[in-house]
Ligand binder design. Structure first.
Ligand SMILES: C[S@@+](CC[C@H](N)C(=O)[O-])C[C@H]1O[C@@H](n2cnc3c(N)ncnc32)[C@H](O)[C@@H]1O
Length: 271
């Protein structure tokens, strides 16, 4: 959960529709994209694949398996850094993102690096691809926590995967929802129920419009969602905060990272 915008917002916890969630988050990422890439682009690396603020790379984690000669879709691809890494490994990486501005950054880095990631504007709940088009679908802090209709997103992933295909994604570790999203001491004190799935909503004070939404599922919810869509879970990684890593990213920090997991990475195979 993060309030990353300079605009004045009030925070609410309430139900939202998928449409409201998407209509808030697309423009939010359009507004935030330039700052996001300026702040985090170097850490991500133009052709780098990190799973989260702890800096665990896919080369270290190996959740996707060998991507050489595989058709690989990244959902919530942002500027395509991870998919560019896939391409550098000999895979056919493709991107999909809700934010046009994020995709413009992807195109900029395509031209800078000479490693192009063909990408489309779209949403995780309606993937514009034929059935059984991909060997791997992944998302590194991409769409999944921004989607209300998560059952649709997981079903769409299963639909576009070939039999035996892999699905991997990183999200804010579900236990983090118990704490204020603060990298300092206040972020160490549990104050909210782990089981409260009510979405986190930011509303623009001036316009009254919903400007940002995030959704929470427990670890058990994720197991049920994946199993219910025909996936066999192969991995649940909870990267430890590396010694000497002093980067602060939103609510992630060394102080909190030494004590509580900040990121969960699921790996699954379509049965
Ligand atoms: C935290 S960024 C992660 C992008 C990239 N993996 C990275 O590490 O920079 C989240 C991305 O998810 C995208 N996103 C949010 N909701 C989405 C949705 N419903 N469908 C597809 N992408 C979405 C945002 O536009 C944003 O680019």
């Amino acid at each position: 959960m993060e309030n990353h915008l300079p605009q004045r917002v009030r925070v609410e916890r309430r139900a939202v529709t998928e449409q409201e969630s998407r209509s808030a988050n697309g423009p939010d990422w359009d507004r935030y994209a330039d700052e996001y890439q300026a702040t985090h682009g170097e850490f991500l690396g133009d052709t780098g694949f990190v799973w989260g603020p702890e800096g665990l790379t896919e080369a270290e984690a190996g959740v996707l398996g060998d991507v050489t000669d595989r058709d690989v879709l990244e959902v919530g691809s942002g500027a395509g850094q991870c998919s560019r890494w896939v391409r550098a490994q000999g895979g056919r990486g493709y991107g999909l993102d809700l934010s046009f501005r994020q995709l413009q950054h992807s195109r900029r880095i395509d031209l800078d690096t000479g490693v192009a990631v063909p990408s489309v504007l779209g949403t995780a709940t309606a993937l514009p691809f034929a059935d059984a088009s991909f060997d791997v679908v992944f998302s590194s802090f991409g769409a999944l926590q921004f989607v209300r209709d998560i059952g649709e997103a997981v079903a769409e992933t299963a639909r576009v995967l070939r039999p035996g295909g892999r699905f991997a994604f990183s999200i804010t570790h579900p236990t983090r929802w118990m704490f204020p999203d603060d990298p300092g001491e206040p972020g160490l004190v549990a104050s909210q129920s782990y089981w409260d799935r009510t979405p986190y909503v930011e509303v623009d004070d001036e316009t009254g419009r919903t400007s940002y939404v995030e959704h929470h599922r427990t670890l058990g919810d994720w197991v049920a969602l994946l199993a219910g869509a025909g996936f066999v879970i192969t991995d649940l990684l909870e990267p430890e905060w590396p010694e000497g890593h002093d980067r602060v990213w939103g609510g992630w920090s060394a102080l909190r990272g030494r004590l509580t997991p900040g990121t969960a990475i699921f790996g699954a195979r379509l049965g």
